[in-house]
Design a binder for this molecule. Structure first.
Ligand code: HPA
Length: 280
């Protein structure tokens, strides 16, 4: 496992996908913890396991399936990444984001990313959906940006802009879709931390102070890479638990809880994604 990925490695991975499907996807959809079953909605799918694709990082986390599902949803050709690799599993940062470069090489120009996240904003309740409007890349700020290393000019510039990384028109569309389906949707800033330990009360106090509304262990590296390549991006967090510095005594956060609340959110998230895809 190298620290950085090469253009050739991305080409090899993209060629493996191309040889296994006749679809030409234009929209990429990344499904986070507990949200994998959304891929069941894909019509006439071609299914490719991660093990069939060279250089593709495997996910070892329960709740992450490890397959690409390519097919039709709401009339659009979608490539679904069912399960993702995380930094805490031991992958170098550059490997985690290889799938996004592969998607771009296959023709994907819009990326929809979902995740499970802890709700830092006191107004958030487990079961809420949150449109990501901006992020805090805690690892990136501290030196582990996925673009660290030689820049691949074929994808984008050395110093990409990150203002409005989460495409305003797609955020608006997501809000309108929630209204049309009669459910509330939050909007906020997602803080990316490495994990796998959940945050201490002091860390949550810190994140709240610097403007985070939600916290999680994924998504942001993918968004940086997608933005670098000029893709349109929509990020949706499922708020699976309260992430507050003063929890009720006796409440302890577990991954099982994250997965269970994730399941409850699926019908709304499905309606949201279908509505967005229809109009995109
Ligand atoms: N913290 C970090 N990641 C998470 C959380 C959390 O509280 N919930 C789901 N993913």
């Amino acid at each position: 496992m190298n620290e950085f990925i090469t253009h050739t490695q991305v080409e090899e991975a993209a060629a493996a996908v191309r040889s296994r499907t006749n679809y030409q996807p234009t929209i990429g959809l990344v499904l986070g913890s507990g949200l994998s079953s959304l891929a069941d909605a894909i019509e006439d799918p071609d299914i490719i396991t991660y093990a069939e694709i060279p250089h593709w990082p495997a996910s070892t986390v329960p709740g992450h399936s490890g397959r690409l599902v390519i097919g039709k949803l709401e009339g659009k050709t979608v490539l679904v990444q069912q399960g993702r690799a995380h930094f805490y599993e031991g992958h170098p940062m550059a490997n985690i984001v290889l799938p996004i470069r592969v998607m771009h090489m296959l023709g994907v120009r819009t990326l929809i990313v979902t995740n499970a996240a802890g709700g830092i904003n006191a107004a958030f309740t487990p079961g809420d959906l949150m449109i990501i409007k901006d992020h805090l890349n805690m690892l990136g700020i501290a030196g582990n940006n996925p673009l660290r290393g030689p820049n691949d000019d074929a994808f984008g510039p050395r110093f990409p802009d990150m203002i409005d990384a989460y495409t305003p028109a797609l955020r608006k569309l997501a809000k309108e879709t929630a209204v049309a389906n009669n459910f509330n949707i939050q909007e906020g800033v997602y803080a990316y931390v490495a994990g796998p330990s959940f945050e201490t009360p002091a860390e949550l106090r810190f994140l709240r102070t610097v403007g985070a509304d939600a916290v999680g262990m994924s998504t942001v590296p993918s968004v940086v890479i997608a933005r670098h390549a000029g893709m349109r991006i929509l990020g949706i967090s499922s708020i699976t638990n309260k992430a507050v510095p003063d929890p009720k005594p006796g409440t302890e956060l577990t991954h099982t809880e994250v997965l269970e609340i994730g399941k409850l959110i699926i019908p709304r998230l499905t309606a949201l994604l279908r509505g967005v895809l229809k109009k995109i």
